[in-house]
Design a protein around this ligand. Structure first.
Ligand code: SF4
Length: 400
């Protein structure tokens, strides 16, 4: 899922990548020769994270977006749609409905999924699972390759409630999982994922100590498999540092880190032994680099983050350059409807591409796009001609 360079080399995405790289080459050449810089070509992000709302009906101890939840800022449906349409005309291929905020709480959630699919976009949803009824209503609109992932992080009702504090006091993990067979019946093509952020003693959000769930990894995998999910994905807990960047800081628990990793490995092996044959137990990229001890390699970014052009984050608070800096003022490209006027989107993206020093600002972030950014940097700096024909195979996977 995270081989973004391969995704960008698909025939469906390559022409826009080419436009961007050619522009970067022309820009740097003009700058080095002291000439006026060229305008960005008429392109838009290929993929966006779209926070439909900042409202949330949980109060998770481990929430990475705590500081931006339940703000007064809201999307207006019509300008938001106009913005997405302008982007789609310029190359947008996929939308991940996610938060800061619970997407299914957006009043027009089902209609919005229908609208996005009507534009021919790939659509996925990251949800807390509290509104299985709305996912079920939206299910018929999804097509092959679309997915819905529920952030559940637990194997028992008790841990689920202690971690997430749902506003509906009677809500249980059992109830949430009971929606999955109905959703799969409504649309068997829709890929359903169970997401599990692993927490262990020592993690915190500010002064709040997170509830440990590492001992429920196996139970969660078994539960997900039995409930007809297609996969479970395990990832390590992330924290926000003082400047707002989303970071993994295992050094904080260095004394226990090796013991924690050994437990995670053991739990992954046990989880794989108790699930259906066609059910996948996945370790996220962050988790794999934590276990292999290579996570620091992903913190060395080039000065220019090229992904800022190719994948952006649209929220009721504004449009941002990256999910790792959601809601952070210095990572803001513009307002929530920035792309309703594409020239403004291009102008502000060019400004942030120049101003945002990713090497410094993301020096503590274990960036999933690290190798893709270095690959794009090499393409920009290479003297050879760029191939007009796409180097990669079409996978029809446009999520970035
Ligand atoms: S370098 Fe990585 S973490 Fe930083 S803005 Fe770019 S994609 Fe985000």
């Amino acid at each position: 899922m995270h081989d973004f360079a391969a995704k960008l080399q698909q025939p469906s995405l390559w022409p826009k990548v080419l436009d961007y790289v050619k522009w970067q080459r022309a820009l740097r050449k003009a700058e080095s020769e002291g000439r006026p810089v060229p305008d960005m070509p008429d392109i838009a992000p290929l993929s966006i994270n779209l926070d439909l709302t900042t409202a949330c009906n949980y109060a998770c101890d481990h929430c990475i977006d705590w500081d931006i939840l339940n703000s007064k800022d809201k999307h207006e449906d019509e300008p938001l749609r106009a913005s997405i349409e302008r982007m789609a005309e310029r190359g947008l291929r996929s939308v991940i409905l996610i938060g800061g905020g619970e997407p299914t709480l957006y009043p027009g959630f089902v209609e919005f999924v229908k609208f996005l699919k009507g534009l021919g976009l790939a659509v996925s949803v990251v949800t807390n699972g509290s509104r299985g009824d709305r996912i079920l209503q939206a299910a018929p609109y999804f097509t092959e390759g679309d997915w819905v992932r529920l952030s559940l992080d637990s194997g028992s009702n008790d841990t689920f409630v202690r971690m997430h504090h749902p506003s509906k006091k009677s809500l249980t993990l059992d109830e949430i999982c009971s929606w999955i067979p109905k959703i799969k019946t409504a649309n068997p093509k829709l890929n359903m994922g169970f997401s599990f952020v692993i927490t262990w003693v020592g993690g915190s959000r500010g002064d709040v100590k997170v509830v440990e769930n590492i001992h429920e990894m196996v139970a969660a995998a078994k539960r997900a498999s039995d409930a007809q999910f297609d996969y479970i994905s395990f990832k390590p807990f992330l924290e926000r540092q003082d400047d707002g960047a989303e970071v993994m800081d295992p050094a904080k628990t260095e004394a226990e880190l090796q013991a924690v990793i050994a437990r995670i490995r053991q739990n992954l092996a046990e989880a794989r032994a108790v699930v259906r044959d066609d059910f996948r137990v996945l370790a996220s990229t962050n988790l794999r680099v934590l276990m292999s001890g290579t996570w620091r390699d992903y913190t060395n970014q080039p000065k220019v983050c090229h992904m800022q052009m190719l994948r952006q984050v649209v929220t009721p608070l504004g449009t941002f350059n990256c999910p790792a800096h959601r809601g952070v003022p210095k990572a803001m490209l513009g307002g929530k409807d920035l792309w309703a006027v594409p020239a403004a989107g291009q102008h502000d993206t060019a400004r942030v591409l120049g101003d945002f020093d990713a090497h410094a600002e993301c020096g503590e972030v274990t960036c999933l796009y690290n190798s893709t950014n270095w690959w794009l940097e090499e393409l920009v700096n290479a003297s050879s001609e760029l191939p007009e024909e796409a180097p990669g195979q079409e996978q029809r996977d446009w999520f970035l």
